[in-house]
Design a protein around this ligand. Structure first.
Ligand SMILES: *Cc1c(COP(=O)(O)O)cnc(C)c1O
Length: 250
């Protein structure tokens, strides 16, 4: 007979084993991609994407030494950050599309926002961080990455490449934001190598104006090798680490 307690420990033992095996495989894959690209693996960080997975998975990954976690939905992330407030040293990254009316909530818990794609959103985040600092719920500025739209269809998020310089200057002038770099997602059914090559060119021009914005958040489960070839410093990986997400519209 297996009691509730035994079942719970057995299951969590299994999940720990699963995540630990997947993590080792993924770190090996990132390492191999770096070596193939002639890059130092220390220059590419793994950002585990834990959206749709429970806080208990984040706690397991924390036990396996991870400290940064990516989330894409404000409500889910706000709840998880609150539930795990006692885990030491956690840095939450907001990677999904963000509406301006959620900026205030995100500014309370986010270490980095990867998806800033308008001056109005940046201004709202700056105000949110100021309020959070005044309320003593956060200390430092918010790191932000500007999301560049590689898609010709502007509906899918990201600033148009032509508008990137003006947005970068705007963000650089905001007191509570730190312009840390760029982020992009290749369009569906595109050749990631070609898209990341375009992104690398935009990044070169961006760095000439903002030399401290060296972060490049690019690459996911399916295309991280291509992203690493083109200079990614942060790969955002969900499925290849956590397993398949439930099918949703979000
Ligand atoms: C979900 C998500 C990811 C992770 O995608 P996988 O293909 O599961 O690795 C990366 N970036 C963003 C912005 C996401 O929303």
């Amino acid at each position: 007979m297996i009691g509730e307690f035994d079942r719970a420990t057995t299951e969590s033992g299994t999940r720990t084993g699963e995540l630990s095996t997947a993590l080792a495989g993924l770190l090996g894959r990132i390492d191999a991609a770096c070596r193939a690209a002639g890059r130092d693996p220390a220059q590419v960080r793994l950002l585990p994407v834990t959206k749709f997975f429970p806080a208990s998975d984040v706690a397991i990954l924390h036990g396996l030494g991870r400290r940064e976690f990516g989330e894409s939905r404000e409500q889910e992330a706000t709840a998880k950050a609150a539930e795990l407030a006692d885990l030491p040293g956690v840095e939450w990254h907001m990677i999904g599309r963000l509406q301006r009316n959620k900026a205030k909530a995100v500014a309370r818990w986010a270490h980095t926002v990867h998806s800033v794609d308008s001056a109005r959103l940046a201004t709202a985040l700056d105000a949110g961080v100021r309020a959070a600092r005044e309320a003593d719920v956060r200390r430092g500025p918010l790191r932000v990455l500007l999301q560049v739209g590689l898609d010709r269809d502007p509906g899918r998020g990201g600033i148009a490449p032509d508008d990137l310089p003006a947005l970068a200057d705007h963000v650089a002038g905001l007191e509570n934001l730190q312009l840390a770099g760029l982020m992009a997602i290749p369009p569906l059914d595109s050749d990631p190598d070609a898209e990341f090559a375009r992104l690398a060119e935009m990044r070169t021009r961006f760095l000439a104006q903002h030399p401290t914005g060296t972060e490049l958040s690019a690459g996911m489960s399916g295309d991280l090798e291509a992203a690493i070839r083109h200079g990614s410093t942060c790969v955002r990986v969900g499925t290849a680490l956590m397993g398949a997400r439930p099918i949703t519209s979000g």
